[in-house]
Design a protein around this ligand. Structure first.
Ligand SMILES: NC(=O)c1ccc[n+]([C@@H]2O[C@H](COP(=O)([O-])OP(=O)(O)OC[C@H]3O[C@@H](n4cnc5c(N)ncnc54)[C@H](OP(=O)(O)O)[C@@H]3O)[C@@H](O)[C@H]2O)c1
Length: 302
C-alpha cells in the first residue's frame, strides 16, 4: 500500500517536472533536469540539445551515441550536413527508445517546392531510419525558391503525423510576415544565429509577439572570435566556477532560448550539459551586453 502511494507520488512529480537522466564523467548516474519548452502547438522540446554540423561518418555516429548516453535528447541535423545517416546510426547505437528523443532535421534550398519537399522529407526519414521527426525546418528562405509550396507540403506531413512540429530557420521579420499571411499552421520555431557576439534581442521580442519559439544556432559562435578565451566571459566564469562555454550557453538558455551546441569531445559534451546549477546576475548580463557586435560571425553563409 505504502509503496503504491510512493509510485503514485513519484509519477505525479515526474509529470510536473519532466526529467532527463544523464551520467557523470565517472559513470555515476545522476539526475538533472533539462527544462522543456512548450511550443505553440503544445509539443515539448528540450531547451538544450546537441548540434551535429560537420559531425559526419563514424565521428557523427559515435558523437551522437555518446551525447545520448550522457543525457542529450534533442538532436539537430539537416539534409545539407550530409550526416542524417550517421545520426540515425548513432541513435540506434545508443539503444534508447526513439520516443525519448527529439529529432530536428531541415529542408534544404535545392529541395524547395511542394513535390520536392515531400520527396526530400521521405529521404530524410529513410536516412535517419525513423518514421517521424519531431521538428522539420525550412533551412534557408532563398526568395527565389518556392517557400509557399514547401510550407504546404510540410503542413500536410504535419497533419499526417509524420512531423510533430514545423518551423523555419534564418527567416527575418519580413519573410516571417509573408509566411504567416498564407500559413494554415504557424511556424513553431525560428532557428537563427545567436551568441554572445550577436544578441538578437529585437528578433527575440518579435518572435515572442508572433508566438514563435526562438532557437539559437552556433551558440558558441562556432568557436570564432576567440570566444573560449574571451576575458569578459572568463571573469564571469571565474565568479561562478564555470568555463567561457558554460557562461555563453547559460546566457542563452536564461533568456528562454533553445540551443544546440556541437562537439565531438566527451568532456565538452558534459561541460555543456552542466549549465543548470548557476544563474547569471544583472552585473554579468551588463558585461555580456558589451560583447554584442550585432552582426553575423558567418558572413560566408549570407
Ligand atoms: N540553421 C542553420 O542555418 C544553422 C547554422 C549553423 C549551425 N546550426 C546548428 O547549430 C549547431 C551548433 O553550431 P556550430 O556547430 O556552428 O557551432 P557551436 O556549437 O557554436 O561551436 C562548436 C565549436 O565549439 C567547440 N566547443 C564546443 N563545446 C566546447 C566547450 N565546452 N569548450 C570549448 N570548446 C567547445 C567545438 O569544439 P570541438 O570541435 O573540438 O568539439 C566546436 O569547435 C550546429 O551543429 C547545427 O546543428 C544551424
Amino acid at each position: 500500500m505504502y509503496s503504491k502511494l510512493k509510485i503514485i507520488l513519484l509519477w505525479a512529480l515526474l509529470s510536473v517536472f519532466p526529467l532527463v537522466t544523464f551520467a557523470q564523467s565517472d559513470g555515476a548516474a545522476i539526475t538533472k533536469s533539462i527544462p522543456l519548452i512548450t511550443l505553440n502547438n503544445g509539443v515539448k522540446m528540450p531547451i538544450l540539445g546537441f548540434g551535429t554540423l560537420s559531425l559526419n561518418g563514424a565521428t557523427g555516429e559515435n558523437s551522437v551515441a555518446e551525447a545520448i548516453s550522457l543525457g542529450y535528447r534533442l538532436l539537430d541535423t539537416a539534409t545539407t550536413y550530409g550526416n542524417e545517416e550517421s545520426v540515425g546510426k548513432g541513435i540506434k547505437k545508443s539503444g534508447i527508445d526513439r520516443e525519448e528523443l527529439f529529432i530536428t532535421t531541415k529542408l534544404w534550398v535545392d529541395d524547395m517546392g511542394y513535390e520536392k519537399a515531400k520527396k526530400a522529407f521521405d529521404v530524410s526519414l529513410k536516412k535517419l531510419d525513423v518514421d517521424y521527426v519531431d521538428l522539420y525546418l525550412i533551412h534557408r528562405p532563398r526568395p527565389r525558391e518556392d517557400i509557399k509550396g514547401s510550407w504546404k507540403a510540410m503542413e500536410e506531413l504535419y497533419k499526417a503525423g509524420k512531423i510533430k512540429a514545423i518551423g523555419v530557420s534564418n527567416f527575418d521579420s519580413e519573410q516571417l510576415e509573408e509566411l504567416l499571411s498564407y500559413a494554415e499552421i504557424k511556424p513553431a520555431v525560428n532557428q537563427i544565429e545567436t551568441h554572445t557576439f550577436f544578441h538578437q534581442f529585437e528578433t527575440q521580442e518579435l518572435l515572442q509577439k508572433m508566438g514563435i519559439q526562438m532557437e539559437a544556432w552556433s551558440p558558441l559562435a562556432g568557436g570564432r572570435n576567440d570566444i573560449f578565451s574571451n576575458p569578459v566571459l572568463a571573469t564571469i566564469g571565474k565568479k561562478h566556477n564555470k568555463s567561457n562555454a558554460q557562461v555563453a550557453l547559460r546566457w542563452i538558455i536564461q533568456r528562454g532560448i533553445i540551443t544546440i551546441p556541437r562537439t565531438s569531445d566527451k568532456e565538452y559534451m558534459l561541460e555543456n550539459l552542466n549549465i543548470f546549477d548557476f544563474e547569471l546576475d544583472n552585473d554579468d548580463l551588463k558585461q555580456i551586453a558589451t560583447l554584442n557586435l550585432n552582426t553575423t560571425q558567418f558572413p560566408e553563409w549570407e
